[in-house]
Write a new protein. Structure first.
Length: 209
């Protein structure tokens, strides 16, 4: 069985749900393959190293400071309850194309899950700016990639095309929000789910095999 999860690295719900999905898989059948699929929330977005995520929600999406504070508290609680780390004061609005090109390369090297973990942690817990080459080099080094590899991959048309192919596939199957999970090509599970709901969905598909 293979499970695909369409996700973006600046999405807090993706950060949490990918962990809950893997926890569910480990409890149901650890041999199930999981593939992280690239899905940019804002393709082509022009970002700014000094622009924090909170500023984006307030200025671009019409949230009041009070609404932003309440939303931040809710997201922080969700992430902490999942056993993950977050430092919401340091979150930066980042274009994620370069990070996704590294993910595509990591898939070929059987390092995708490990790299995704490092990217999520660097972004949410350490305030890494994901559109900065130096940040990605430091993140990728933790799974064994060197500077030359990172530099060649993030500028590679081959891997950029693979990012776009994942995104196009997501659109083709009707995805308009992430995280979105596809279980063995048969059952789609979208939005905010729990570990238990993922287990239920996996068992449902397995029962029909």
């Amino acid at each position: 069985m293979k499970i695909q999860i369409f996700a973006d690295f600046i999405c807090p719900y993706c950060y949490v749900r990918q962990k809950q999905l893997r926890d569910a898989i480990n409890e149901v059948d650890p041999s199930i393959e999981i593939e992280i699929m690239s899905y940019e929330l804002a393709p082509g977005a022009i970002d700014n190293n000094d622009l924090k995520m909170a500023d984006v929600f307030v200025d671009r999406f019409g949230m009041s400071p009070e609404e932003m504070k309440a939303n931040t508290a809710q997201v922080n609680k969700m992430i902490q309850e999942a056993g993950l780390e977050i430092n919401s004061d340091d979150l930066k609005y980042s274009n994620t194309l370069k990070a996704h090109t590294l993910l595509q390369y990591a898939k070929e090297q059987k390092l995708a899950n490990a790299l995704a973990d490092e990217i999520y942690h660097a972004y949410f817990a350490q305030g890494a700016y994901l559109n900065k080459d130096e940040s990605l080099i430091e993140i990728a080094s933790k799974v064994g990639m060197d500077k030359e590899t990172v530099n060649s991959v993030i500028g590679s048309k081959e891997y950029i095309n693979k990012v776009h192919a994942d995104h196009s596939l997501g659109k083709k199957i009707g995805i308009n929000t992430v995280p979105h999970v596809v279980i063995d090509g048969e059952l789609s599970v979208s939005g905010t789910q729990s570990k238990e709901s993922y287990k239920e969905a996996i068992n449902k598909v397995m029962a029909n095999k």
